[in-house]
Design a protein around this ligand. Structure first.
Ligand SMILES: Nc1ncnc2c1ncn2[C@@H]1O[C@H](COP(=O)(O)OP(=O)(O)OP(=O)(O)O)[C@@H](O)[C@H]1O
Ligand SMILES: [Mg+2]
Length: 263
């Protein structure tokens, strides 16, 4: 008898991040308003929006670095609080690749730093940990640079190295804030391929903030347009034109005629 029931692995798609009616203030100013967002395991979500639209604020709230003023936010069923995660959420910040070049450190040492936050019974040089470090370098294509000084890496190599550091933590959720800035076209495509691979082969949940709309369309399964509140959440192919999105928040086109103005 053939069994047409999908395997439990396929139908079991637990919610990893659950946000309902979330408001976040920064220095007394409302930055995020009424955010509803559910992200399941294995999803690859692109987050786009204008400068100051609150993308980094949202990521920092998910990470438990910023507190919400109202609403519900849960990551793996818990209120975000950095120590709750025990290494389950990895973050590559907007400025992560700006590693101080005066710092003398090899690529392998940098990747090793990614394993430090994870709570382990034997945090010293366990075999598992060494394997994670080597695997992270292999996945990001930087194994051949392992003993190179980070100061001597190109922008793209450095970006891959900071992604490798996040991977070495073995995190289930990986959050990237503008990982493609200062990265040339080849390296950019390599990084996007890598993210795709992490999602499909390792079932990682990915959140990618980028101004590179082409990159988001090319890689993410779902896109969220954030401008204080969520203006769009859906398939990248159906993302309305940016002008339509501006219209949603009441911005008038600069070339609008007086007639249109009066309507
Ligand atoms: N430390 C802070 N204190 C007060 N307000 C802040 C702080 N950091 C950011 N903001 C404000 O919060 C709002 C959202 O900023 P945020 O950095 O989340 O935007 P973003 O979408 O990530 O922008 P960008 O695309 O430029 O990275 C902006 O109005 C910004 O001025
Ligand atoms: Mg930002």
């Amino acid at each position: 008898m053939s069994d047409s029931t999908p395997s439990p692995k396929k139908i079991w798609n637990p919610t990893v991040i659950s946000i309902e009616g979330l408001y976040v203030n920064r220095s007394g100013k409302l930055v995020l308003e009424n955010i509803d967002l559910e992200i399941d395991k294995g999803e690859f979500v692109g987050i786009v929006g204008p400068n100051g639209g609150g993308k980094t604020t949202l990521l920092m709230t998910i990470l438990g670095i910023l507190n919400s003023t109202k609403g519900k936010i849960e990551v793996f069923g818990f209120n975000p609080y950095p120590t709750n995660f025990r290494g389950e959420v990895g973050w590559v910040s907007q400025t992560a690749a700006n590693i101080p070049t005066k710092m003398r450190m090899t690529v392998r040492e940098l990747i090793t730093m990614g394993t430090v936050s994870r709570i382990e019974l034997f945090p010293s040089r366990s075999k598992k940990k060494r394997e994670r470090i080597e695997k992270a370098m292999e996945l990001t294509g930087i194994s051949h640079l392992a003993d190179k000084d980070i100061a001597r890496l190109s922008g793209g190599e450095r970006q891959r190295a900071v992604i490798g550091r996040a991977l070495a933590s073995d995190a289930e959720v990986l959050i990237f804030d503008e990982p493609l800035v200062n990265v040339d076209r080849n390296a950019r495509n390599g990084i996007l391929k890598l993210l795709d691979k992490l999602c499909h082969e390792q079932e990682k949940t990915l959140l990618l903030v980028s101004h590179d709309m082409a990159a988001i369309r090319q890689s993410a399964h779902r896109v969220v347009y954030l401008d204080g509140s969520i203006q769009y959440d859906g398939h990248p192919d159906n993302l309305p034109d940016l002008i339509d999105l501006a219209g949603l928040r009441g911005i008038k086109h600069v070339h609008q005629t007086d007639d249109q103005e009066e309507e």
